[in-house]
Ligand binder design. Structure first.
Ligand code: SF4
Length: 267
């Protein structure tokens, strides 16, 4: 073999060897990416849900932003939460325009129940909402006075305990108020989120309340915007797909289903 042929063959071999190394590195990178993403999904299904719902979530986020911009005070936001429009995303009229007796905690606390019912609209649901709002108005006056914007200083647990001490405020309502009004990292454990999380096998239906909080709050890195967006989106999916009978076809969360499909649950 001539020197040139030897150099050439050596060169060809070296090019081949480098190419092989690059390909090998590329393949192991692809393997790592696949392993990591499925690991991530298994380890943090909440982050995976956020990622899947990213586009629709950004819409919900901006709608949440509109709610926040339109509702100039935290008191108004509380009225929206109790009226259910923050949860459902449906608003009949801007709450900022609400007049007596919803416009301030003082008026609401002093008003007759019938006046608040009238403002909410006559229905059995409206009656329950009115009674709850009146109690919350009394609680607000004791906690913050007649301030429309209040500083919720202190830990999430402290405020959770305080809200839960009000008769009629259940865990879900307390956490919804913490998330939307107090801007604290909390997860309202709604029927929709129970169905979704249990059917996907992320948590057992028998899990303790703290485990639910941990799953979602840690899953969202305690980020209030992410928690709000995901909570709104889960409630929406609960209405459109994940009701008493799951309609998985076309559901945005279908890619996260366990291999055997949704788990059975009794609710
Ligand atoms: S994929 Fe099925 S189980 Fe999962 S959220 Fe959608 S409807 Fe519910």
């Amino acid at each position: 073999m001539s020197l040139a042929e030897a150099i050439l063959s050596d060169h060809v071999f070296s090019v081949f060897r480098s190419t092989w190394r690059i390909l090998d590195r590329y393949q192991s990178h692809i393997r790592d990416v696949n392993v990591n993403s499925s690991d991530d999904m298994a380890q943090n299904p909440i982050a995976a849900s956020l990622e899947i719902l990213a586009e629709p979530v950004s819409g919900i986020r901006s709608s949440g932003g509109r709610e926040a911009a339109r509702n100039p005070t935290l008191w108004h936001r509380l009225v929206e939460v109790i009226r259910g429009s923050i949860r459902t995303g449906r608003t009949s009229k801007p709450v900022a325009d609400l007049s007596y007796p919803l416009s301030s905690p003082q008026e609401c606390a002093d008003a007759h129940l019938e006046e608040i019912e009238e403002a909410f609209g006559k229905s059995s649901r409206g009656s329950n909402q009115a009674a709850l709002l009146k109690k919350l108005a009394g609680w607000w006056m004791t906690s913050f006075g007649n301030e429309l914007d209040a500083e919720w200083d202190g830990s999430t647990d402290r405020w959770r305990e305080s809200l839960r001490s009000i008769r009629g405020v259940n865990h879900e309502t307390a956490d919804r108020l913490l998330l939307w009004v107090a801007e604290k990292p909390a997860w309202p454990v709604s029927r929709a989120s129970i169905r979704i999380a249990c059917r996907h096998g992320w948590i057992e239906p028998t899990a303790e309340y703290d485990e639910w909080q941990s799953l979602f709050v840690r899953g969202c890195d305690s980020n209030v915007d992410a928690l709000r967006a995901l909570s709104s989106r889960f409630d929406e999916i609960g209405r459109t797909h994940c009701g008493p009978k799951p309609k998985c076809e076309g559901c945005p969360l279908a890619p996260l289903l366990p291999s055997g499909g949704p788990r059975e649950m009794f609710d």
